[in-house]
Ligand binder design. Structure first.
Ligand SMILES: Nc1ncnc2c1ncn2[C@@H]1O[C@H](COP(=O)(O)OP(=O)(O)OP(=O)(O)O)[C@@H](O)[C@H]1O
Ligand SMILES: [Mg+2]
Length: 337
């Protein structure tokens, strides 16, 4: 439902030309939660702002629900924009208006029927769990509550798409989780497509279905979140996934390793198959776990274990081959295989 093709966004400032979005193509399906990850300056916000044409792309195409938005006159664009809600890191609430008025303002701006506005505000406040804050002012709210208002406001005009620019970056981890849960609820219950920009892989891991990684205006990798975590191809992607999957084994522990050190990755159902215990039964080797964890990504397990194998080298070699056959993901970190 969102189709971006060969999108380019260049900024001309006094001395130089910046290509913030460099030939990006991507498709986001209806009802999907799509994450875009990248470091500061990668071009994430520029890309997002091109989707609702807050920024005019320099070239390329942006289609939303089948409508080509580039080249559309401003008046029509305003109509299309109403159907794309947006939330920001710093909430952008009007400090002199109450919470109810802040949401009502978005309805008024989109010419929502006056008679129905009050009921709609109440409905939205209930949806985000803030019914008791209707008459409070933004300064009286916590960061998480302010973002709930931001979300309520973005949903006011029944959008089909929600664009989130670092929506949780100003929040602590537990508040972040509650906001992500709310976004997921909105996505599932209202069928709203969500595009979410973040520099935190934790956020992507928590709620996204698919993702793209951006660097220097380009998308360097995209795919399902599980596949990207399980098998990242690009170097930058690996850097991002390692923030969740990596673990450091202390040097002292590594120095004590006399046998062969292997890292084994389990995907999906193999995580529960007891591959290691089967291997230990079948081969004359001893196994000693140095590290291990199982992450659940999109509710599918992804396990990584580091273990030392000791015993006859021929048996170790066979044992590794056995694990390789069943998991396809073994790496010898130290010693001979
Ligand atoms: N209005 C502008 N005029 C000139 N250059 C701009 C403008 N907006 C962004 N840029 C430049 O475009 C590049 C991409 O910026 P953008 O804000 O899209 O990155 P970002 O990935 O969102 O970064 P951050 O994570 O810091 O928000 C940067 O080099 C930035 O300096
Ligand atoms: Mg940005």
């Amino acid at each position: 439902m969102i189709e971006i093709t060969n999108l380019v966004k260049k900024y001309h400032s006094k001395e130089k030309l910046v290509t913030a979005v460099d030939n990006v193509s991507l498709t986001v399906a209806k009802g999907e939660i799509f994450g875009i990850v990248g470091y500061s300056g990668a071009g994430k916000s520029s890309l997002l702002r091109c989707i609702n044409l807050l920024e005019r792309p320099s070239s390329g195409s942006v289609k939303v629900n089948g409508q080509e938005l580039t080249g559309v006159p401003e008046r029509e664009l305003r109509k299309a924009r109403v159907k794309m809600g947006m939330i920001f890191q710093h909430f952008n609430l009007i400090s002199s208006k109450t919470i109810g008025e802040n949401i009502g303002f978005a309805l008024k701006a989109a010419h929502y029927p006056k008679k129905k506005r009050k009921a709609r505000v109440n409905e939205l406040l209930q949806m985000v769990g803030l019914s008791d804050k209707k008459d409070a002012y933004p300064s009286q709210l916590s960061g998480g509550q302010k973002q709930r208002v931001g979300i309520a406001r973005s949903l006011a005009n029944e959008p089909s798409v929600l664009l989130c620019d670092e929506a949780t970056s100003a929040l602590d981890p537990s508040t972040t989780k509650s906001i992500l849960a709310l976004l997921k609820k909105i996505n599932r219950e209202l069928g709203i497509t969500v595009i979410l920009i973040t520099h935190e892989m934790e956020v992507v891991k928590e709620i996204c279905d698919r993702m793209a990684i951006m660097q220097d205006g380009k998308i360097v990798e995209q795919g399902s979140v599980y596949d990207i975590f399980a098998d990242p191809k690009n170097e930058l992607t690996r850097e991002f996934t390692s923030s969740i999957l990596q673990f450091d084994i202390p040097d002292q522990a590594l120095e004590k390793v006399e046998g062969t050190l292997v890292k084994v990755q389990f995907k999906g159902t193999t995580a529960g198959e007891g591959v290691i215990s089967d291997m230990l039964k079948q081969y004359a080797v001893q196994g000693n776990f140095l590290h291990g964890k199982i992450e659940y990504i999109q509710e599918i397990p992804l396990g990584i274990f580091v273990l030392e194998l000791k015993g006859d080298p021929v048996e170790i070699k066979r044992a590794i081959e056995y694990i390789e056959e069943r998991t396809k993901q073994v790496e010898v970190l130290k010693g001979v295989a």
